[in-house]
Design a protein around this ligand. Structure first.
Ligand SMILES: Nc1ncnc2c1ncn2[C@@H]1O[C@H](COP(=O)(O)OP(=O)(O)OP(=O)(O)O)[C@@H](O)[C@H]1O
Length: 238
């Protein structure tokens, strides 16, 4: 079953064409990766899917709903990773999770989520005093506390230490295994290869390649996704 349907999506900021006809479908229970160079348009795609950004053209449907017209209904069913400015410095980790859980009709048990993401030991820490990695964990936990059917994660593991990264991958796989659909933006090809069922590589506002890690590696006649990425985007390695 298709959960996200994007057809010929277009977005121009002033005279900067960020999306130039992106089409994608994401199936239920998939981990779908969006990769590509800085400025390629990945975040704009995610923002159009979450309803934060109004496209100039094309069509987006999430769980059959229009992210613009049906934003309220989708807020209950789609979890998105917050940006840093979204939380006041003084709020405690436990308070933030409890507060966010209260916003949803059918939330997960926020204490379980807090535990799963290793945040219980930081329960009484204030957001403003957390390191970047702990903030990141909290943002992921907050995206999940509403018990969403679809989760949008932008640069999921940026700032996490190697141990936390591996733990995060395990938790994301466990979510997928429970039927949650995950869209993640990543710059890490090892992460995309390890985690994603399918990946779209976006460059200059267009999808330049799409498929499973194995298919992309095959299409590029490469030995790793990292190598395939450079071939498919036509960029030289540094
Ligand atoms: N609010 C905005 N106003 C003007 N231009 C924007 C805005 N947001 C994004 N852009 C531009 O649109 C293009 C696509 O940006 P976007 O953030 O979607 O790319 P990205 O692939 O997520 O990049 P990165 O990997 O650097 O996060 C870029 O050229 C960016 O400068």
């Amino acid at each position: 079953m298709t959960v996200i349907e994007i057809d010929d999506l277009r977005k121009t900021y002033k005279n900067n064409r960020a999306l130039d006809g992106v089409s994608l479908t994401v199936a239920r229970g998939e981990i779908f990766g969006l990769a590509g160079p800085n400025g390629a348009g990945k975040t704009t795609v995610v923002e159009c899917v979450s309803g934060l950004r109004r496209p100039d053209g094309g069509r987006v449907r999430v769980l059959g709903l229009d992210p613009q017209g049906d934003r309220r209904a989708l807020l209950q069913r789609v979890g998105a990773q917050l940006q840093e400015a979204a939380l006041p410095d003084g709020i405690k980790v436990g308070e933030a999770l409890r507060l966010y859980a209260s916003l949803y009709d059918h939330p997960a048990d926020w204490r379980t989520i807090m535990d799963e993401w290793g945040l219980t030991e930081r329960k009484d820490s204030r957001f403003g005093g957390l390191s970047g990695g702990w903030k990141q964990r909290l943002f992921i936990a907050l995206a999940l506390v509403g018990n969403p059917e679809v989760v949008l994660l932008d640069e999921l593991t940026t700032g996490l230490d190697p141990d936390a990264r591996r733990t995060t991958w395990g938790l994301i796989r466990a979510m997928r295994d429970r039927g949650v659909t995950v869209v993640l933006v990543t710059h890490f090809m090892d992460e995309a290869e390890a985690l994603c069922d399918r990946i779209a590589i976006i460059d200059r506002g267009r999808v330049v390649a799409e498929g499973s890690p194995r298919e992309l590696i095959g299409a590029a006649r490469a030995t790793s996704l990292d190598e395939a990425y450079f071939t498919l985007t036509g960029r030289a390695r540094a």
